[in-house]
Design a protein around this ligand. Structure first.
Ligand SMILES: Nc1nc2c(c(=O)[nH]1)N[C@H]1C(S)=C(S)[C@@H](COP(=O)(O)OP(=O)(O)OC[C@H]3O[C@@H](n4cnc5c(=O)[nH]c(N)nc54)[C@H](O)[C@@H]3O)O[C@H]1N2
Ligand SMILES: Nc1nc2c(c(=O)[nH]1)N[C@H]1C(S)=C(S)[C@@H](COP(=O)(O)OP(=O)(O)OC[C@H]3O[C@@H](n4cnc5c(=O)[nH]c(N)nc54)[C@H](O)[C@@H]3O)O[C@H]1N2
Ligand code: SF4
Ligand SMILES: [Mo]
Length: 694
C-alpha cells in the first residue's frame, strides 16, 4: 500500500501490530521510508476495534525506534556493579560468558539457582515467552507471573470460569449504560473510549468508578470515587439495592447461578450506609448508581485492572462480576461485562514455551517478590538455593517491582550474575554484567493475542534493526546451543514457530493470517454471553467461589462477595492511601525515554485533596515527601478535588533518576502477595506526607 506523505511524495505503508503491554493490541499501518527507516504510525481500519485510532505515544514511534540512545552492541561491565561502565564485546563472546556463568552457577548450587526473568515489554508470543522453553529445558527456577493480572484474572475467573466476555464494540452499538470500573482508558487503552463514546452518542450513560478524577472520569455522567481497595463493598451495596428494589432477575438467577438465595440474604445485611462507611461514597450516590444500573436494559461493565491491585483485589473483581449475574444483563445484546478475552484463543503453546518439559518438582519463584528473593528471604526463596544467575528480557524490574530498595540491594550482590537483553540502557540494564541489544517489534516477526478484542494477529518485520540488535528468539536459541538444551523450537526461526503453532492449533497458517489482517476468534452471541452456561462443570456462575481451591490463603477469604478487610489501612503514622496510577504518555517504564512523553508528563507529581493541602500547608508546586516504613520519595504537590481526602495519586512509573534520592515510587509499594494466591498490590499503600522545607 502507499500513502501520500506531508511533502506530497508517495510513501509505502506496511501492516503491523502494536506489541505493547496494553489490552488494545492495535492493528497498525506503518510508513516505511526505506529499509531502515519508518515515518508515521497510524491505527488501521482493518481491525474493528482499533478502527483507525491509536494512542499518541505509539503514533510517534519513530522517536523510539530511531532514538539516539538505542543499544546497538553487546557490552560487558568494566566498572563496579551498577556503575553503568561498560565496554563493547562481540555477540559470540557475550553469549559464551552468559552460558559459562549459568553452567558454573548451576554446578555450584543446582539448576534452580538460575532464574530467567521476563515480562511483557513485547506481547509477541514467540519473543516474549520463548524464554520459558529455555527455562524448562534446563530445569531453571520456574516462573510465577504475578505483577499484572494474577489478582484480576483470579477474581474474574472465580465467578465466570473463563477469561472472556462480551465485546466492547457490541456494547458501543447496543448498551444503554457503560460502566468503566477501575481503569483509566483515556490513558491506558484509548480504544475503550472509542466504543464508549459511540454508545454515549446514541444516548447511553457513562459511569466511571475510580478513586480520582481521571481523564476518563471527566467524560462520565457519574463519577463514583471510592477509597482505594473498597470496591467489594460498593458492589455488594449495589446488589443490596438491586435485590431490595426489584431489579434482580430471579428467573435468570435460578437458572444460571449457584447460590442466589444465600447471596440475597447476605447482601440484605449490607445496605448503602454500611458501604458508605467503608468506601466513603455517600449512600445516596450508591443508590443512584445501583438504580441507573438496575433500570438500564443493557448495562455493560468494562472491568479494568486498577481496582484489583490491592491485597483484596480478587474479591473486589469477583464482587463486581456478580452484578450482571444478579441483574441478568448477560442475556441482552450489548449487556454483560468484559475484563479480558485472552481465554478465546485456542493456542497450543508447546513449541513456543516447551510446556511438555515442565518439571513440577522444580521450585517456583514469584515475579513480584524479586526484592525479597534477591536479598535471600527464606520464604521468598521457596525452599531452594539463592538466585545467583539471571537473564532478563522484556522488563525493567529495577523500576517496576515493589520493594525497590531490596531489588536494588539484591542487584548489587557480587555473587549475582546478571544478563539484560534490552533496547535501552534501562536502570535494570545498568546493573548488568552483560548487556545485549534487542530488536523492536518493527524489526522482527511475531504474533499476538488480544485481551481487549477478539482478533489474533500476525506481524512481519518492517525494517532492518540498527547496529547489532538481535531478537529475543535468537538469544534464547544461541544460549540453548551453548548450554546443551534440546527442543525443536530451538532449531526453528520465529516465523516457523508461528506457522507450525498455528497449524497445530487448528488456526489459519501464518501467511494466511497476515494476508487477511488477522483471524477473529469471537464466539457466537449465545456463548459470548454465557447463555449456554458459565465455564464450570455445573454451568453456573459462582457467587461462592472456590477460593480455597485457588490458593493457599483462600480459606481466609469471605465465602460470599464482601469487603475483605486486609488492605494496608491508613494509620495515625501513615494516614494517607497512595494509588500509583498509569501516566498517559508512558507505558509502564517504557516511553520514559521519548522526548514527546517526557515533555508532557513533566515531573513526578502527587495529586492531593485541597483540604489535605491546606492541612499540610502545601501549595501547588511545593516539594512533598511521601513515605512509609519502606522508604521515602519526593514529588511536587498539586491540589486536586474529585478524590476523597486522605487519597494521594502519583501517575507514572518514572525512572528512579527522576526523583531526588534516586529511588522511585516502588520503594513505597509492598511485595506482600494478594489473596488467595499472590499478585502485586501497587495501589494498596499507606503513607505519610510531609512538606519539604525549601
Ligand atoms: N499510557 C499507559 N497505558 C498503559 C499502561 C501505562 O502505564 N500507561 N500500562 C499498561 C498495562 S501493563 C496495563 S496492565 C494496563 C492497565 O490499565 P487499566 O486496566 O486501566 O488499569 P490500571 O492501570 O491498573 O488502573 C488504572 C486506574 O485504576 C484506578 N484504581 C486504583 N485503585 C483502585 C481501586 O481500588 N478501585 C477503583 N475503582 N479504581 C482504582 C486508578 O486510580 C487508575 O485510574 O494499561 C496498559 N496501558
Ligand atoms: N508503581 C507501579 N508499579 C507498577 C505498576 C503500577 O501501576 N504502579 N504496574 C505494573 C504492571 S501492570 C506491569 S505489567 C509492570 C510492567 O513493567 P515492565 O515489564 O518493566 O514494563 P514495560 O515498560 O512494558 O517493559 C519493559 C521493558 O521491555 C523492553 N522491551 C520491549 N520489547 C522488547 C523486546 O522485544 N526484547 C527485549 N529484550 N526487551 C524488550 C523495553 O525496552 C522496556 O524497558 O509494571 C508494574 N509496576
Ligand atoms: S493503545 Fe495500546 S495497543 Fe494501541 S497503539 Fe497504544 S499502546 Fe499500542
Ligand atoms: Mo500490566
Amino acid at each position: 500500500m502507499t500513502a501520500k506523505a506531508a511533502n506530497g511524495q508517495q510513501v509505502e505503508t506496511v501492516p503491523s501490530v502494536c506489541p505493547h503491554d496494553c489490552t488494545s493490541t492495535c492493528a497498525l499501518e506503518v510508513e516505511r521510508i526505506d529499509a531502515n527507516t519508518i515515518g508515521r504510525v497510524r491505527g488501521s481500519q482493518r481491525n474493528y476495534y482499533t478502527a483507525g485510532v491509536i494512542c499518541e505515544k505509539v503514533s510517534r514511534y519513530a522517536q523510539r525506534v530511531h532514538h539516539p540512545d538505542r543499544l546497538t552492541q553487546p557490552m560487558r561491565r568494566v566498572g563496579p556493579k551498577g556503575s553503568g561502565q561498560f565496554e563493547p564485546i562481540s555477540w559470540n563472546d557475550a553469549l559464551d560468558v552468559v552460558a559459562e556463568q549459568f553452567t558454573r552457577k548451576a554446578q555450584q548450587h543446582g539448576t534452580e539457582t538460575v532464574w530467567p526473568y521476563y515480562y511483557a515489554g513485547t506481547m509477541g508470543l514467540v519473543q516474549r515467552d520463548g524464554i520459558n522453553r529455555l527455562r524448562h529445558a534446563m530445569k531453571y527456577s520456574r516462573w510465577f507471573s504475578t505483577i499484572c493480572v494474577a489478582l484480576s484474572d483470579g477474581g474474574w475467573i472465580a465467578g465466570t470460569g473463563a477469561k472472556r466476555g462480551v465485546d466492547m464494540a457490541e456494547a458501543g452499538q447496543h448498551a444503554d449504560l457503560i460502566v468503566i470500573w477501575g481503569g483509566n482508558p483515556v490513558n491506558t487503552q484509548v480504544n475503550v473510549m472509542t466504543h464508549a463514546m459511540a454508545a454515549k452518542k446514541r444516548g447511553a450513560r457513562l459511569v466511571v468508578v475510580d478513586p480520582y478524577r481521571t481523564g476518563t472520569a471527566e467524560r462520565a455522567d457519574l463519577h463514583v470515587a471510592p477509597r482505594p481497595g473498597t470496591d467489594g463493598a460498593l458492589a455488594v451495596a449495589m446488589m443490596h439495592v438491586l435485590f431490595a428494589e426489584g431489579f434482580a432477575d430471579w428467573d435468570y438467577l435460578r437458572r444460571y447461578t449457584d447460590a442466589p438465595d444465600e447471596l440475597a440474604a447476605h447482601v440484605a445485611q449490607r445496605p448503602p450506609q454500611w458501604a458508605e462507611a467503608i468506601t466513603g461514597v455517600p449512600a445516596q450516590t450508591i443508590i443512584e448508581f445501583a438504580r441507573l444500573y438496575g433500570q438500564a436494559k443493557a448495562p455493560y461493565i468494562r472491568c479494568h485492572h486498577g481496582f484489583s491491585r490491592s491485597r483484596n483485589g480478587a474479591v473486589n473483581m469477583h464482587a463486581v462480576s456478580c452484578l450482571p449475574a444478579v441483574s441478568g444483563a448477560w442475556q441482552r445484546k450489548g449487556g454483560g461485562a468484559l475484563y479480558g478475552q485472552t481465554g478465546l484463543y485456542p493456542l497450543n503453546r508447546n513449541l513456543i514455551e516447551g510446556n511438555e518439559l515442565i518439571d513440577k518438582s522444580i521450585r517456583e519463584l514469584d515475579q513480584s517478590r524479586l526484592g525479597p528473593i534477591l536479598v535471600g528471604e527464606a520464604d521468598a526463596l521457596n525452599g531452594g538455593p539463592p538466585v545467583t544467575a539471571m537473564l532478563v528480557q522484556n522488563t525493567n524490574p529495577a523500576v517496576v517491582c515493589p520493594e525497590l530498595h531490596k531489588v536494588h540491594q539484591g542487584l548489587l550482590r557480587e555473587d549475582l550474575f546478571l544478563c539484560v537483553h534490552e533496547q535501552f540502557m534501562t536502570e535494570t540494564a545498568a546493573f548488568a554484567d552483560i548487556v545485549l541489544p534487542a530488536t523492536m517489534f518493527l524489526e522482527h516477526d511475531d504474533f499476538y493475542t488480544a485481551s481487549g478484542h477478539t482478533v489474533f494477529q500476525v506481524a512481519r518485520k518492517v525494517i532492518e534493526p540498527p547496529g547489532e540488535c538481535r531478537e529475543n528468539h535468537y538469544v534464547i536459541c544461541e544460549l540453548a546451543k551453548r548450554l546443551g538444551a534440546e527442543h525443536p523450537g530451538f532449531e526453528m526461526s520465529a516465523w516457523q514457530i508461528m506457522d507450525e503453532t498455528l497449524k497445530r492449533s487448528g488456526m489459519w497458517d501464518a501467511q494466511t493470517n497476515l494476508e487477511r489482517g488477522g483471524q477473529d476468534c469471537a464466539l457466537p452471541f449465545e456463548q459470548a454471553h454465557y447463555l449456554d452456561g458459565f465455564a464450570w462443570p455445573d454451568r453456573k456462575f459462582r457467587f461462592k467461589p472456590d477460593w480455597p481451591g485457588m490458593g493457599e490463603r483462600g480459606s481466609q477469604m469471605p465465602v460470599l462477595p464482601d469487603h475483605f478487610n486486609v488492605i494496608d489501612q491508613a494509620t495515625t503514622e501513615q494516614p494517607y492511601r497512595l494509588v500509583t496510577a498509569p501516566a498517559r504518555t508512558f507505558l509502564n517504564s517504557t516511553f520514559t525515554e521519548t522526548p514527546g512523553s517526557v515533555q508532557r508528563e513533566r515531573r513526578p507529581t502527587a495529586l492531593i485533596h485541597p483540604q489535605d493541602c491546606v492541612a499540610l500547608g502545601l501549595s501547588d508546586g511545593d516539594r512533598v515527601v511521601l513515605g512509609n516504613a519502606r522508604g521515602e520519595i519526593v514529588a511536587h504537590a498539586k491540589a486536586q478535588d474529585g478524590q476523597q481526602p486522605g487519597v494521594v495519586i502519583l501517575e507514572g512509573i518514572w525512572p528512579n533518576r527522576a526523583f531526588e534520592g534516586g529511588v522511585g515510587v516502588n520503594s513505597l509499594t509492598s511485595a506482600e502477595p494478594g489473596f488467595p494466591n499472590g499478585g502485586a498490590v501497587f495501589h494498596d499503600t499507606s503513607i505519610w506526607l510531609r512538606k519539604m522545607q525549601a
